[in-house]
Design a protein around this ligand. Structure first.
Ligand code: NAP
Length: 253
């Protein structure tokens, strides 16, 4: 039987690895994408499975690298049903004189432009198989958190982009956004202290909930109590949300 393949970007990161392991268990063929070949190969070796696993080097922030990665996947003649736009970075800094525009640019290139590039390249494959494009957003994709202007610009940008794409492709492509609260991964290495966090999810539970929502063809999945509470609080009581968030979140400098 032909395998259904899922492409996962940022595959050897915290959530990427959990997604790769879970989708392999569920008999999806894998295309693991990331910037470092050695880490991709180590991840491939660590996954205990008989299903095919391919590794492809890709810097999602770079259009040329995305095109080369897509070509490499095409040469493998495999059926890509699902693209998971998982790779992402953060930059925590108030918007003041110390704000570094090059870090802002790198973040937008990675978190916003990367998913647009790869979705564009894989679109025909995904449409042909009536597949899914799944994109990692965050609570900061719908509610503000201080110190995260760049991250919010990227995740709110993804929201706009994929909501229009969903309307355009209607029944032929499943477009899903994932909004987890904090996950215990390396991306959090930047966060000082623990005042911000009263709920931290494991990558495995985020991967499980994402997979289930994918199978149910949900458009959106909010993962964790904080994600759900923030959604309703900011929608119906935006001033209260902002006051509470300002007290709760560490004040970046
Ligand atoms: N952790 C959280 O609290 C949290 C909460 C909500 C949403 N999310 C979202 O979840 C996703 C996964 O994050 P994570 O928590 O698993 O973080 P992570 O452990 O830091 O993993 C991020 C992965 O993205 C890769 N990456 C970064 N820049 C890249 C680029 N230009 N091209 C290709 N790969 C690149 C990293 O690889 P390198 O080693 O090559 O940099 C790494 O493998 C992100 O989109 C993030 O915004 C995370």
């Amino acid at each position: 039987m032909d395998n259904k393949y899922v492409v996962i970007t940022g595959a050897y990161g915290g959530l990427g690895k959990a997604l790769a392991e879970l989708y392999a268990k569920q008999n999806f063929g894998l295309v693991l994408m990331g910037r470092k070949e050695k880490e991709l190969e180590a991840l491939k070796e660590s996954i205990q499975t008989d299903i095919p696993i391919h590794t492809v080097v890709c810097d999602v922030s770079d259009w040329e690298s995305c095109k080369a990665a897509y070509k490499a996947v095409q040469l493998k003649k495999i059926a890509v049903h699902t693209l998971i736009n998982n790779a992402g970075i953060t930059y925590i800094q108030n918007f003041n004189k110390d704000y570094q525009i090059d870090r802002y640019q790198q973040l937008i290139d990675t978190n916003l432009n990367g998913p647009v590039y790869l979705t564009h390249l894989f679109l025909d494959d995904l449409l042909q198989h009536k597949g899914s494009v799944i994109t990692l957003s965050s609570v900061i994709g719908y509610a503000p958190v201080i110190g995260r202007t760049a991250y919010a610009a990227s995740k709110f940008g993804l929201e706009g982009f994929f909501s229009v794409l969903r309307a355009e492709v209607a029944d032929n492509l499943h477009v899903m956004m994932v909004y987890p609260t904090f996950i215990a991964t390396q991306i959090r290495a930047q966060v000082k202290g623990d005042k911000t966090v009263n709920e931290v999810l494991t990558p495995e539970e985020v991967a499980q909930t994402t997979f289930k929502a994918h199978q149910n063809k949900q458009n959106k999945v909010y993962i964790g109590k904080t994600a759900k509470l923030s959604f309703y609080l900011y929608k119906f009581f935006p001033n209260l949300y902002v006051n509470l968030m300002r007290k709760k979140v560490n004040q970046p400098t």
